[in-house]
Every structure is written in C-alpha cells, then in structure tokens.
Design a protein around this ligand. Structure first.
Ligand SMILES: [Zn+2]
Length: 323
C-alpha cells in the first residue's frame, strides 16, 4: 500500500500507542487505545487534505448512528475501511496519519453496502474489545466525532446551521462567526472500599435484577471530579468518603462521555440508598463477590467498561462480566 502525500516537517509528538496509562492498577482500558497520530497540525492544511483524500491508499471509516462495518466473526477482527471514492457523502473528519504513512479519515454518513468478507454493522461497545489498538482507537475517535456532528448541528447562540471546519474537529456559525468544539461530558466512576477493603457495589434503579456496578455520575458545572466523587457517593448511598485517588480515564462516546476512574476510602459504612437513582447497594469482600457471581446473584459490567477494569484490579484477577 503506497503512502499518502508526505506530511510537512514538524516536531514528532509521542504516539498514542506508547502511552502508559495512569495508575498501576488500571491497564488495558479497551477504548483508551490507539496508535494513529491525530496529526492536529494538518487539520487546516487544505492542500494536504485534498491530496490525502485523492490518494487511493487513504482509508475511510464510515459511521452511521454509532455503527461502523466490522469483521468480528472469524480470523483477526478488523474495521471495514473504504477508499475515499467509495465513501458516502457526509461530514468528513481527519482521524490521523499512521506510522506507515497511511492517512485515515472518518465520514458520518450511510454505511456502505456490505460487500464481502463477513463485514457487518457493529457498535463500539461490541467491536472495541475485539479490534486491534489501531482499529479500536480509530473507531472510538470516529464514533465520538460522528455522534457530535449528528447531534450538534446548529449554533447555540443564534440557531443557524453551523458548518464543519478544521477537518471536522470544530463547527463554525456562518452568521455570528462563533466556533464550537466537540462536546465531551466528564463523568466520574468510583470504587469505594471500607476499612476491611470490602467493595461497594450498587444496582441502579433502572437496571434489571442482579446487575450491579460501582457508583458513577456526571461531574456538574463548576465542580471538580473529586468533588463529584464525594457528592455522588453521599447522595446515592449516604456514605462519606475521603482519600479520593485518580486511576485513569477512558472515552465512552455513547454518546459523549469521558469516564474518569477513581478509588475512594469510606469513612462510614452504613448504607442509605436514595431509592431514586439507586435501588440497592451492598459491601462485598473478595470472597463474597466471587460467591455472589458464581451463584448468579449478581452480574458485573462487561470488560469493555472502565467499571469492570476497576473492579477486577481491586479483586486481583479477571472476573466474568456480562450485561
Ligand atoms: Zn450563530
């Protein structure tokens, strides 16, 4: 495969695949991978972008309502790319340039017909854990941008329809000139443990019986993530926490969250669930957790989630998870 037009000289940034995730307990976050350089410095280079789009070696990920074509059912799972000439009309965004020089774009538009090779539409939640670092990173990036372009189409100031700029990484209002950037909602998720190192797991009131996870909630306006941890734990279970420790983060563009993972030490152990958001909550030792899972009394979230990874890190081994 020939390389796309040569990229202008610049200082090489570190590549995403080499990044060490924060926190010794959190490794292998499924959606926090990727080894294609985002190449933000090229997003406004119209000549380079036009040449890259004209290159048949360029690869395009098409995303429609959160789904992309993937081959997941045999052999090495991979994204189903199309060439620029095969790509549908739709908002186009530069995803980046790989170490081998191949340029990757995303397009938010109708999925191409499934030509062959076991390709089928799949959501990030299913495909993310199966794909390579490169493809998982590309799909996470593409889904996040496509979701934003599908939703935030008009100017919040004057209501005019905005236009994509900066190779799809921003939008601009043609009436008042205001610029708008992809929306990301920070949410915290926290494993609370007591002095006996038991873990606090809860069932959201909207979830079916037996499904449990650690506590989570959106960071509110004017609030730090650590403050959100203490507030949400208090509101949902009546427990006060201290010693809030950051573990790591994972994008969760379904549709637009960034999950910030924490540990927190409980100062109290009496649980008073709010009965609005949380239906029930309980403390589990490691042995109690393993027994409850084995007896099918509880089910943990799937490994694609940061919640699963945090719980497994505390447990000291991988655990079955299936929602
Ligand atoms: Zn406007």
């Amino acid at each position: 495969m020939s390389a796309a037009p040569s990229t202008p000289d610049r200082i090489e940034p570190p590549r995403g695949g080499a990044l060490q995730l924060t926190g010794p307990a959190l490794t292998g976050l499924v959606l926090a991978r990727g080894d294609v350089d985002r190449s933000a410095y090229l997003r406004a280079d119209t000549d380079w972008l036009a040449a890259a789009w004209a290159d048949p070696a360029t690869r395009v990920v098409v995303v429609e309502h959160g789904q992309a074509l993937c081959a997941l059912d045999g052999g090495q799972p991979h994204l189903g790319f199309v060439t620029p000439t095969q790509a549908p009309d739709g908002v186009r965004f530069l995803l980046g340039v790989a170490a081998d020089g191949v340029v990757y774009f995303g397009v938010a538009g109708p999925l191409p017909p499934e030509p062959d090779l076991g390709l089928r539409p799949a959501y990030l939640r299913e495909a993310g854990p199966l794909l390579s670092d490169r493809d998982a990173g590309l799909l996470t990036h593409a889904v996040a941008l496509a979701n934003w372009h599908e939703t935030f189409t008009h100017c919040p100031r004057c209501g005019a329809e905005t236009d994509p700029i900066n190779s799809g990484h921003a939008r601009k209002c043609p009436v008042d000139g205001s610029e708008h950037f992809p929306r990301v909602d920070p949410a915290m998720i926290v494993l609370v443990t007591d002095s006996a190192d038991r873990a606090l797991l809860a069932r959201n009131a909207l979830w079916p019986e037996h499904r449990v996870s650690i506590l989570a909630g959106f960071v509110e306006a004017g609030e730090s993530a650590e403050q959100a941890v203490a507030r949400e734990v208090g509101e949902e279970t009546g427990i006060s926490v201290s010693a809030v420790t950051y573990l790591g983060s994972q994008p969760w563009p379904m549709p637009q969250s960034l999950m910030l993972g924490f540990r927190a030490a409980a100062d109290t152990t009496d649980i008073h669930v709010d009965e609005d958001e949380i239906a029930e909550a309980n403390w589990y030792s490691r042995d109690e957790l393993a027994a409850a899972i084995a007896a099918e009394e509880i089910r943990l979230p799937p490994p694609v989630s940061i919640a699963h990874q945090i719980i497994s890190a505390w447990y000291g081994d991988d655990l079955p998870g299936s929602w």
